[in-house]
Every structure is written in structure tokens, then in C-alpha cells.
Design a protein around this ligand. Structure first.
Ligand SMILES: C[S@@+](CC[C@H](N)C(=O)[O-])C[C@H]1O[C@@H](n2cnc3c(N)ncnc32)[C@H](O)[C@@H]1O
Length: 286
């Protein structure tokens, strides 16, 4: 194990993959912790337990190096906020920058309502729905995705985090399965696909070759899904309810223009992420 790790670290450096990824994989697949890896104190251990065979572990790392498979897919898990979530190649790996969307929802000025409904449109792993469920303990959370693979993972994650009784999952297209919530929704939160189709092949191979196209492709200008959510949300949101999405750098001005033109929104604002990139748009239903 010691020698293999040394060789694999060298491989990672040569192929411009962060060496931390190997140690993260080892922590997930073996009974090794960050300190013993950093100090290499496991060198003298007689036995290291693995979740798989050693040849299988080597094969996983080969897939990382040769095929550029994201390490989270190899381990089958990722961390997001305080959750450890299951992931598979059918679902987008939730990104650290998306974590902030939950704080933005929490800090929004919300109408008082005892029976509040929140929706996560395009739930993927269920990450945002789970974050909303813990942030709004009295609310009912509704999570929609048109991908059956994603929904299956999202339901598993709700079970794993013991939040399954707080979230209802729906298979369908954006608001389509939620007609019973017309005029009742306190908050719509969504991280929809927003990459312009032409830009997809320029993304890192980890993303373009391995993450689901449905989760990435935002149409010609990247704004197809966002445009749809601008037009459709007013029918569902209560007065004072929030419309909150994640977007790509450079899309903010267009999104603000669409919301303004639609006419049912007020207090429209662009919010930056922790790297100071314009990442979110928040608006309130008039
Ligand atoms: C960028 S991913 C976001 C996943 C997750 N919310 C997150 O933040 O990690 C977009 C999600 O929208 C879903 N999606 C794409 N088109 C959709 C549609 N027309 N209706 C519902 N969901 C859709 C995809 O399957 C994918 O899970």
C-alpha cells in the first residue's frame, strides 16, 4: 500500500490531478485517516482494511488517471454542507459553491406562514432539498427532477440523512408535478442546468465526459431553464415568496432583465459566491 500510494501520488502530479484526491479516496475506501496519510505512519501497519480488494482499489485509481472519472463517482459519495451524500454517474456532483444558496434562503425576508412549502427544482442528489429541510424545520419540502436516476439517488440520500419524512419527491418537468401548490409556495430554489450548449465541450473532461448532460445543458445561451422558471414561478409563489437560482458568471444581467420584464417580481438582486463570482439571483414575488 505504501509504495502504491507513493507511485499514485507521482501519477497524480504528472497528470495534474490534486494529490488530495488520492488521500480522500483512501480515507473513504480504507481505514486510514488524514493524519496517518500525511505522516505516512501507516507504513508500518501490518494490516489495512479496505472496502474493496486491493486490485479493485488500483483499478479505481486507474479510472481516475486514465478516464478522468471524478473521484466522487469512484467512491460513490461526496460531502456537501454537513451531509455525506451518495452520488453515481446519473447525477451531478453537488458543488461547494452551491452550499451558499441555503444561507441566502435562510437570510431572505420571508412572509409569516405556518404551513410553508419550499420547492427544489432539479434536485439531483437532493442536496438543496436536504439543506432546506434542516434550515426550515417546520416547512414541507418538495423536490422535483426529470431524471429517474437522480431521483433514485435523492430518495436514498433523504433516507441516509433521516430526512425522508420531510421531503416529497416528484418525477417531472420543473413545476409540472406541483399543480397542487399553485399560490402556496414560500420559496423556489433551483440550481438548473445553465451552461450554453456550445461551451459544454470546453469543460474539463471530468465534467463533460462524466456528468449528466441533462444537468449541464442550458440551451443556446444557457438560459433556457432559468427563462422557464422566471415565467412559470409567479403562479406558484405566495406574495413575498422568494425566487432563488444559481447561475453561471456573466448571466446575472440577463436574468435580472428577464425578471424585471416579467413584471411579477420585486427587489431583484445578484449575489456573489465566496470567490466573489456573481452566482445567484434572488427576487421576491410581488
Ligand atoms: C445543475 S443540476 C443541479 C442538481 C442539484 N440541485 C445540485 O445543486 O447539485 C440540474 C438538475 O436539473 C435536472 N433537470 C434538468 N432538466 C430538468 C427539467 N426539465 N425538469 C426537472 N429537472 C430537470 C437535472 O436532472 C439535474 O439533476
Amino acid at each position: 500500500m505504501f509504495l502504491w500510494r507513493r507511485e499514485s501520488l507521482a501519477q497524480a502530479i504528472a497528470t495534474r490531478i490534486a494529490t488530495q484526491e488520492l488521500d480522500w479516496l483512501l480515507q473513504e475506501m480504507a481505514d486510514l485517516d488524514a493524519l496517518s496519510l500525511r505522516l505516512e505512519s501507516f507504513r508500518d501497519r501490518e494490516k489495512i482494511s479496505l472496502n474493496c480488494s486491493f486490485p479493485e482499489l488500483k483499478l479505481l485509481w486507474e479510472c481516475r488517471i486514465q478516464d478522468r472519472v471524478p473521484v466522487q463517482y469512484l467512491a460513490g459519495i461526496t460531502t456537501w454542507r454537513n451531509f455525506k451524500l451518495k452520488v453515481s454517474s446519473g447525477v451531478l456532483i453537488p458543488r461547494p459553491e452551491t452550499e451558499l444558496i441555503i444561507e441566502i434562503a435562510q437570510q431572505a425576508i420571508l412572509p409569516k406562514s405556518s404551513d410553508s412549502h419550499w420547492v427544489d427544482l432539479g434536485t439531483g442528489t437532493g442536496a438543496i432539498a436536504l439543506g432546506l429541510a434542516t434550515s426550515f424545520p417546520q416547512a414541507k419540502i418538495h423536490a422535483v427532477d426529470s431524471s429517474t436516476a437522480a431521483l433514485a439517488i435523492a430518495k436514498e440520500n433523504a433516507q441516509l440523512t433521516k430526512l425522508q419524512n420531510r421531503i416529497t419527491f416528484y418525477s417531472g418537468i420543473w413545476w409540472q408535478p406541483l399543480s397542487h401548490l399553485e399560490g402556496k409556495v414560500t420559496g423556489m430554489v433551483s440550481n438548473p442546468p445553465y451552461i450554453p450548449t456550445k461551451e459544454l465541450p470546453t469543460l474539463q473532461p471530468e465534467v463533460f465526459q462524466h456528468e449528466p448532460y441533462l444537468a449541464l445543458d442550458g440551451g443556446d445561451d444557457g438560459l433556457d431553464a432559468i427563462r422557464h422558471l422566471v415565467q412559470t414561478a409567479p403562479k406558484y409563489l405566495i406574495s413575498g415568496g422568494i425566487w432563488l437560482i444559481e447561475m453561471m458568471a456573466g448571466q446575472g444581467e440577463n436574468v435580472v432583465a428577464m425578471l424585471t420584464e416579467q413584471g411579477d417580481y420585486r427587489d431583484i438582486q445578484i449575489i456573489r459566491d465566496l470567490s466573489q463570482i456573481e452566482r445567484f439571483v434572488l427576487a421576491y414575488r410581488i
